[in-house]
Ligand binder design. Structure first.
Ligand SMILES: Nc1ncnc2c1ncn2[C@@H]1O[C@H](COP(=O)(O)OP(=O)(O)O)[C@@H](O)[C@H]1O
Ligand SMILES: [Mg+2]
Length: 316
């Protein structure tokens, strides 16, 4: 088995009553692009902030490259590059000056800094803009200088929060090409987004779908397609009593609504069926449909999205 770049055990973050991240067990093998996918508010940024130690977990554990972050901070973080969701750079700094500044933080020699800067500016295609103020960069250039600063320490793991979200199609495709290139160089890339086609364009090797702080599904695209085929079940009638009864079962991992169906993610199809049959008899409520969802990831993700936005509207 491949080593893991990121592993979390029951990672949880609460903000008062809001559980932003809920018992998260992430496993990210080294050398891959991992697409961390979820609608706005799902808990992606909160997860990432805990990974990079800018937010304390309420509970749970984080290991990066097999080392507990809490105990090995300096060593672990020398090996990580991070681009936040809303980076703030000195607007008047030129791209090159920013990189030199970061190089100094890492205590590299002047020569070393210059060598790294030349290589990285080339890679992110900012050689010509190197002396221009970052404040005058386009959105795409800003994201590329963000990646450049994250690469100064030549990290094995890059953590990128919504790196493509505010870019036009050309800007996006530049970033996506860059990520693929970095993967070829052996880096592990953990990238969050709320846009499904993005992880597909990146050829993400693994994806994790986050819904309300919980990992709704995780694995390779193939694995997920299989999982959604077999362990996602559509149930009719879409009835609140059925939903409530199912919610309390430990083999039910998640429930989302369709127009007509309750779509249930279960770890045990048979137990689900047995339970529902009994429930149906006891409550005189015939189960009209109990079918494998046969859904593609796109469909499932759309349902997760719709469910979340319905919740948002209800709150507003
Ligand atoms: N500092 C905070 N204080 C209170 N609630 C927060 C804070 N940060 C995030 N949240 C809440 O946690 C949830 C997850 O947010 P976030 O991690 O930003 O999601 P995402 O990045 O997936 O859009 C949301 O409900 C958000 O409102
Ligand atoms: Mg976010």
């Amino acid at each position: 088995m491949k080593d893991l770049a990121i592993e979390t055990d029951n990672l949880t973050k609460k903000f008062g009553k809001v559980i932003a991240v809920n018992d998260l067990n992430l496993k990210v093998p080294t050398g891959i692009i991992y697409g961390y996918l979820g609608p706005n508010g799902a808990g992606k940024t909160t997860t990432i902030k805990m990974l990079v130690d800018s937010l304390f977990p309420t509970s749970g554990r984080i290991q990066l490259f097999g080392q507990e972050v809490k105990k090995n901070k300096t060593r672990v973080f020398r090996n990580i590059g991070y681009v936040p969701e809303h980076p703030v750079y000195f607007r008047e700094y030129s791209g090159e000056k920013l990189l030199r500044y970061v190089g100094k933080i890492f205590n590299f020699s002047k020569n070393e800094i210059q060598t790294r800067i030349s290589k990285i500016l080339n890679l992110v295609n900012l050689v010509e803009a190197r002396h221009r103020a970052i404040g005058k960069y386009s959105a795409g250039m800003k994201q590329r200088i963000g990646i450049a600063q994250a690469l100064m320490n030549d990290p094995d793991l890059l953590i990128l929060d919504e790196i493509t979200s505010n870019l036009d199609p050309l800007g996006r495709s530049h970033i996506i090409d860059l990520l693929k290139q970095l993967k070829k160089e052996g880096k592990t890339i953990f990238v969050s987004t709320h846009i499904l086609p993005e992880v597909q364009k990146m050829n993400a090797d693994h994806i994790g779908i986050l819904n309300k702080g919980r990992l709704f599904a995780e694995g390779t695209i193939n694995h997920l397609q299989k999982l959604f085929g077999e362990n996602m079940i559509k149930i009719r009638p879409k009835d609140d009593r059925i939903r409530k009864a199912l919610e309390s079962k430990d083999f039910i991992q998640d429930i989302v609504d369709d127009e007509k169906y309750l779509i249930v993610k279960t770890s045990d199809r048979e137990a689900t069926w047995n339970f529902l049959s009994r429930f149906s008899l006891e409550n005189h409520m015939p189960i009209i449909d109990f079918i494998g969802s046969g859904m593609e990831i796109e469909d499932i993700f759309m349902k997760v999205l719709e469910n979340n936005s319905a919740k948002e509207v209800a709150k507003a």
